[in-house]
Design a protein around this ligand. Structure first.
Ligand SMILES: [Zn+2]
Length: 503
């Protein structure tokens, strides 16, 4: 029994000024063949979970390739997308006859010329292996799971957690389902419901709030007889493509009617809770003044609008400006992307005092800020996630500097990276638990690792391309009506004549 295994992950943000490029798929983000297997050793990733299940079943694994973007960005440049897709297909062909294919995907990837790039990848893989060979893929909970994607796979399984901490388990679910399908023990049939809504991620957590109730229903569903798997997707909301929306997927064992009925119920439960996803934000200066005045700490301030995990360039100067104004007397940690500033500080060297401009150059939303401080450290910037989300993943942020400006410790890095883990600071000698303020650029996933050490978490109201105020974005391509851009009562009638095609 021979199963091919591959991974192609990118999350696209239509309003990002930075296209997905080779910068995001640079050194450390690509691996092929045996190197791909070596990279996942000890990690809690989808690939590691899938490998564990395959190993227990005695299956031979044909490792194809792993391409994981270092952060979200705009749609992937055509040439980059085509090169990665073609290499994946070439490696699949070279792997020879296969009994199955397991893919790790994100599900909200767009590319120039391909609004639904995930479906494009799946279609290529499906055409190569044929319909008789099962193909099971994993998806992020923020996937834009379309009918075209469902049509190209035997089954699609999504994370059950936000903050995302079940990557390993999702990989296990995918490989288990694949093994059962190829052995003929089950016959997966999928029902998809698309919902005409997009939601901010801040309250889309499975630990509390409205989405935890939806996910409780998903979990209960997976325990029912003849249900093989179920997922609910709260979608990456800044996708300005026609077919965008939250969705649910129910996979039954041969019983299409059952899958359709349960998907309808789950979709209704999700839709009914849409108003509960509204986000409470705190004005940035109020948050900083209040937390600096407190005798408790640390306070974790989430600059959600500049989250690289959602597609922002990570170069906002809003929080930095506010902190400089307040001249804190206790340690405050924050970070910013600015390759030029890092290069200047590396040229000056550790221990040197410098005056330079940082940030505000990429997003087109902010202005650079002049700072004077001491270069405390220059590092290659690599760190390993040690918290529950994607534990073991090696993160490459490029050359990194720590600039001390009084009690402000500014981590300046070459590249934006996902900020789920305090190792972003610890790896350069800064301890979040000892700080008064720790700034994290992430809407929700940071809570898994930062929650236990935070006295309080505040979500900042600051400008940026990942603001949860979805009505403030210039959507032009999405199908209308779409909640919350439009007020909709009945999701079925809102989809109108598209409802049938979307199912
Ligand atoms: Zn996600």
């Amino acid at each position: 029994m021979k199963i091919a295994l591959g991974c192609f992950i990118q999350e696209s943000h239509s309003f990002s000024p930075v296209a997905g490029s080779w910068l995001h798929f640079g050194p450390g983000q690509l691996a092929a063949g045996p190197e791909m297997i070596r990279q996942v050793a000890g990690a809690r990733s989808e690939l590691a979970g899938a490998l564990a299940v395959a190993g227990q079943a005695g299956a031979e694994i044909a490792p194809l390739m792993s391409a994981v973007a270092s952060a979200s960005s705009g749609p992937v440049q055509h040439a980059v997308f085509a090169a990665l897709r073609d290499e994946l297909l070439d490696r699949l062909r070279a792997a020879g006859p296969l009994d199955g294919l397991c893919m790790v995907l994100h599900g909200a990837m767009a590319a120039e010329g391909h609004e639904d790039a995930t479906a494009e990848v799946l279609a290529g893989l499906h055409a190569e292996i044929g319909s008789a060979t099962p193909l099971v893929a994993t998806l992020d909970l923020h996937a834009n799971t379309t009918a075209q994607m469902v049509a190209q796979a035997t089954a699609l399984v999504g994370y059950h957690t936000a903050p995302h901490v079940d990557q390993y388990e999702t990989g296990q679910r995918a490989m288990s389902l694949l093994l059962a399908a190829l052995a003929g023990r089950v016959r997966p049939v999928t029902a998809l419901r698309r919902l005409p809504m997009i939601l901010p991620a801040e309250n889309g957590r499975t630990t509390e709030g409205p989405f935890s109730e939806v996910m409780a229903q998903v979990k209960a569903l997976t325990k029912k007889p003849d249900i093989l798997d179920a997922s609910a997707f709260s979608v990456q909301p800044w996708l300005d493509v026609w077919d965008v929306g939250c969705s649910v997927v129910v996979i039954a064992d041969g019983d299409r009617g059952l899958a359709e009925r349960e998907a309808d119920r789950l979709a209704d439960a999700f839709w009914q809770r849409r108003h509960d996803f509204a986000v409470q934000l705190t004005p940035t200066r109020d948050a900083i003044r209040r937390t600096l005045a407190s005798s408790h700490g640390p306070f974790v301030l989430a600059d959600v609008a500049d989250a690289p995990s959602s597609g922002a360039p990570g170069d906002s100067t809003i929080v930095l400006e506010a902190l400089l104004e307040c001249r804190p007397e206790r340690d405050c940690l924050l970070n910013i992307v600015d390759a030029g500033a890092v290069a200047s500080m590396a040229a000056a060297g550790p221990g040197k005092d410098v005056t330079l401009q940082v940030g505000g150059r990429i997003a087109g939303v902010y202005n650079p800020v002049q700072v004077s401080g001491r270069v405390r450290l220059i590092a290659d910037g690599d760190f390993v996630n040690k918290g529950p989300g994607n534990r073991g993943a090696l993160i490459h942020r490029g050359l990194t500097a720590v600039l001390q400006i009084g009690h402000i410790f500014l981590v300046v890095m070459e590249r934006p990276v996902i900020q789920w883990d305090p190792e972003l600071y610890r790896s350069v000698g800064l301890e979040p638990a000892d700080a008064q303020i720790v700034v994290v650029k992430s809407p929700a996933a940071f809570r898994a690792a930062y929650g236990p050490l935070a006295t309080e978490i505040l979500l900042l109201d600051a400008p940026g391309i990942c603001s949860p105020d979805l009505r403030s974005f210039p959507f032009v391509h999405v199908r209308r009506p779409l909640y919350p851009l439009d007020d909709i009562r009945d999701w079925r009638s809102a989809l109108g004549r598209d409802a049938g095609a979307l199912r």
